[in-house]
Design a protein around this ligand. Structure first.
Ligand code: GLN
Length: 477
């Protein structure tokens, strides 16, 4: 990231970077709004005068996270004209360290999807192959980082939306422990599952950004201080011993693309060579993860999205003749198909008489999943599994229809249901497309994950696609 520092101190370099991003993004389409001049103004007015840790560094923000004076569309028609009047806490903290917002990135509407094809506006393309999706829902953030337009981006992860696009685009993607980063300013999809996460090309950048944005926040009652976990108790004496990575036995029963399985085996050999012990663990609830996730996520979404009523803000249908019709028509025209499907599912599982059968059952499964993971972490330091069982797929791929995409959330959802931190990191390329693996750790043990990934990065450095800007100052990072 060192080369990014000071991009704002040289006008010619800055103008060149802006021009190159705009040109490259005509092809990739990561940004819904690219306006670094506006971002710089915002940072200048929010400065304290001291030199920040991220001075002069641009970053991209998923368009469901609030940045003052920028759009906040959530990839939806219903918020197409909406502009934010305030900053999310995570954005505020980055600005205080001197970083500036380059723009807002494309996403699946309200974060619902795995390919960014559910954006109401346009498709974002994968910098590795323009015929392939960038993953989702933070597809714009992942593509902008992979293409070298910015050194890092913020995304949100409710069921994998930071990690899966990071894996598809060949960059790092961190979903921090639930509550460790304030959700203030993140437009809610499923509040009990989600957290703001980070996508970056370099692990050091990712770590520095995480250190900056984490912490308790009075504006988010569910935010937690980083010392809340066991980490403090556990640290002493254990630091230098050999670390163990657990692999769930249940992976055998999941349909995983053979290239991904093969890459996973190779990565295990590499981890062994780097001094890790590998051990089998058991997560018997793995087969219930997707069902529990989709019941809980849609139930919460149906409640969270009730605020888009055509009255308070967002799209309003003026052809309506009474308040009820106003709500109906505004929601009918404002929401896309996938969002409507999920609202319907959510209200269905919450209906009186059905709650016991779906919602309450899903909550019980969630507890069982949590128990499986805490038990496993008694024997191992880290747990590894693929990020996604499928290789990055082409647009409108019939095999990866919306239902198959949901089934494929099996590995990422585990971290959201348990609240555990998880990182997606690149481990190989298959036919020119990146494959990522996922490392998980006990609550607030992000550092443990980052250390292992850093070590792995020495064996398999993050690959660079041909559609890449290079570093804006003195090309080549
Ligand atoms: N694929 C998941 C979903 O559609 C991803 C959600 C997310 O993390 N925002 O719900």
């Amino acid at each position: 990231m060192t080369n990014w520092k000071g991009i704002t101190s040289n006008d010619t370099e800055y103008e060149r970077w802006k021009r190159e991003v705009s040109e490259l993004d005509e092809e990739i389409k990561s940004f819904i709004q690219f306006d670094p001049d506006l971002g710089r103004k915002l940072t200048d007015s929010g400065r304290t005068g001291r030199e920040g840790m991220l001075e002069g560094i641009p970053f991209a923000v998923k368009d469901n996270i609030a940045v003052k004076s920028f759009k906040l569309t959530c990839g939806s028609e219903i918020l197409k004209e909406f502009t934010s009047t305030y900053n999310a806490t995570a954005v505020e903290k980055l600005i205080a360290e001197g970083a500036f917002v380059a723009g807002k990135t494309n996403l699946d509407e309200f974060g619902m999807g795995s390919s960014t094809e559910n954006s109401a506006f346009f498709n974002t393309r994968n910098p590795w192959n323009l015929a392939v999706v960038p993953g989702g829902s933070s597809g714009g953030s992942a593509a902008s980082v992979a293409a070298g337009m910015v050194p890092f981006a913020l995304g949100s992860d409710t069921g994998g939306s930071v990690r899966q696009p990071a894996s598809f685009c060949g960059v790092y993607g961190l979903k921090p422990t639930y509550g460790s980063v304030s959700r203030y300013g993140l437009v809610a999809y499923a509040s009990s599952l989600e957290v703001i996460g980070i996508l970056a090309r370099e692990i050091d950048t990712l770590e520095r950004v995480f250190e900056t944005i984490k912490g308790e926040d009075v504006m988010d009652q569910s935010s937690l201080s980083p010392d809340s976990g066991e980490s403090g108790k556990e640290k002493s004496g254990k630091e230098n011993r050999k670390k163990t990575i657990g692999i769930p036995e249940e992976l055998e029963n999941v349909d995983i693309d053979s290239e991904i399985r093969k890459s996973m085996e190779e990565s295990l050999v590499n981890f062994r060579k780097s001094g890790f012990d590998i051990r089998k663990i058991r997560i018997p609830t793995l087969e219930y993860v997707v069902s529990a996730y989709y019941v809980i996520a849609t139930a919460e979404a149906s409640a969270n999205l009730a605020r888009f009523d055509g009255i308070r803000y967002g799209y309003r249908d003026f052809s309506a003749e009474n308040p009820e019709e106003l709500m109906l028509l505004s929601r009918e025209k404002g929401f896309g198909e996938e969002v409507k499907l999920r609202i319907l599912l959510g209200t269905y599982v919450l209906r009186s008489g059905f709650q016991e059968q779906y919602y309450i059952r899903a909550q019980k499964i969630r507890t069982a999943i949590r128990n499986d993971f805490s038990r496993a972490f008694k024997d191992v330091d880290l747990i590894m599994m693929p990020v996604y069982p499928r290789l990055p797929f082409e647009f409108e791929n019939s095999e990866m229809d919306p239902f198959s995409q949901k089934l494929a959330d099996i590995f990422t959802c585990t971290a959201n249901l348990t609240g555990l931190p998880a990182l997606s990191f690149p481990i190989s390329l298959s036919s020119g497309l990146p494959i990522g693996m996922q490392l998980m750790a006990p609550p607030f043990e992000e550092r443990r994950i980052l250390e292992a990934a850093r070590l792995y990065g020495n064996i398999f450095p993050v690959p660079i696609p041909s559609r890449h800007l290079g570093s804006p100052i003195g090309k080549g990072e």
